[in-house]
Write a protein that binds this ligand. Structure first.
Ligand code: GMT
Length: 387
């Protein structure tokens, strides 16, 4: 198949999934055309059957505000027509699903491309529900030929908040490559940060308020009193100063390291002992899955889709949002005893690989595309016309 993929190309779970999906599909023989304003960050420089089409912005004095959605629609239209794309697969509804709809309207009868929209999170739970955006988000979702959501939770939210019929949304969960996220793959550089016997605790995010980075520091502060450890933050964003401030207030700045944005998160995860993700909400929590595949137990809030990823008491511990004490108890329980840690680590790796391994999820996308192209978005096969 020929598939156009649009995503946010910078750091973020939806861009990571979209890019890795494209790479995996290309490896399975499909032709992939990424359409975005920059090359997706997880895309290696050259791969067979993978193409990148940059959406260039037109700068004109009258355009005080960015016109990306229109520029994107124009490139989608051009690429779909020239390359005869079967599917335009957009990740994150806003504005990608709207741009795809414009492109399809422009194509008219000249080329019958199908639109698949994958809902990822705040496009549904936050920004899409803002008064100005609700109507256009709903419209664009409903104009898609196929809609997927990355968790059962996100599907329920979409049905409730946008009154989209449940049977029009297919849940295809996020996935992880167990070959890439693996403790055995990389040399461990722990000694760069840790003294003998200390544990490495990790948090990876875009430091937005939804991630509750102060809670990360609070959980860690209690943990490090019981189990000597260091906290490494990866990523950057508006709430980074909050985390810095919390560490200062709790007197543990010497135990907290901020690495900023990193390209090779897998390498760092491979030496971590614990991941903390106390988010206010998380439609899936890709970073938890990547940690688990790397054999890292997870301490998380039980918000949104996180309970679909983390098994409480088996691959980590979960607690209500803001319950720092319970999260710290879970962290101490896992890290205090090496045998307990080994059990959680092995279970995390097993669960991530068996339930969300790339090899089992990619064929689900392929089958879904086939259904959509055949004009049968629900489970039933397309009706074959009688002779
Ligand atoms: O919606 C967002 O906050 C951004 C988005 C992203 O691009 O990283 O994150 C969402 O999509 C990820 C990939 O499907 C999920 O793993 C994240 O849980 C989800 N974020 C939220 O729901 C807050």
């Amino acid at each position: 198949m020929k598939i156009g993929i649009t995503c946010y190309p910078t750091y973020g779970g939806s861009g990571a999934i979209a890019t890795e999906l494209g790479i995996a599909l290309a490896e399975r023989g499909h032709e992939i055309h990424f359409i975005s304003y920059a090359q997706p960050f997880r895309l290696p420089h050259f791969m067979e059957r993978v193409f990148f089409h940059e959406v260039e912005m037109v700068h004109y004095p009258l355009f005080e505000h960015n016109n990306y959605s229109l520029a994107l629609a124009a490139v989608m239209h051009e690429v779909a027509l020239r390359e005869r794309l079967d599917v335009l697969h957009v990740h994150y509804a806003i504005p990608h699903a709207t741009s795809a709809w414009i492109a399809k309207e422009m194509l008219g009868d000249r080329h019958p491309v199908k639109i698949v929209t994958t809902l990822h999170g705040t496009d549904i739970t936050l920004i899409g529900q803002e008064r100005n955006f609700w109507e256009i988000t709903r419209f664009s979702i409903q104009k898609s030929d196929g809609i997927t959501a990355v968790s059962d939770y996100l599907k329920r939210e979409t049905v409730d908040a946008f009154r989209v019929p449940a049977d029009t949304i297919e849940v295809i969960p996020n996935f992880v490559d167990p070959g890439l996220y693996s403790r055995d793959r990389y040399p461990c550089w722990k000694t760069a940060f840790l003294r003998d016997g200390e544990k490495l605790v990790l948090h990876v995010s875009n430091f937005r308020p939804v991630k509750r980075v102060r809670d990360v520091v609070r959980v860690f502060a209690r943990l490090t009193k019981e189990v000597p450890s260091r906290l490494v933050f990866i990523g950057d964003g508006p709430d980074r100063p909050e985390a810095v401030d919390e560490a200062r207030m709790l007197g543990i700045t010497d135990r907290v390291v901020f690495l900023g944005k990193q390209d090779s998160v897998a390498e760092i995860m491979a030496c971590a002992d614990l991941l903390i993700l106390p988010s206010q909400n998380e439609s899936f929590g890709l970073v938890a899955l990547e940690g688990m595949a790397s054999g890292v137990p997870v301490i998380a809030s039980n918000a949104g889709g996180l309970p679909e990823v983390v098994d409480d008491g088996e691959t980590g511990f979960m607690a209500p949002v803001g319950d720092v004490e319970a999260m710290a108890d879970g962290a101490i329980h896992i890290l205090r005893d090496p045998e307990t840690w080994r059990r959680f680590s092995a279970a995390a790796r097993r669960s991530a690989t068996e339930r969300y391994g790339v090899a089992s999820i990619i064929p689900r996308y392929e089958r879904y595309y086939e259904r959509i192209v055949a004009g049968a978005p629900s489970e039933e096969p397309a009706l074959v016309p009688a002779d």
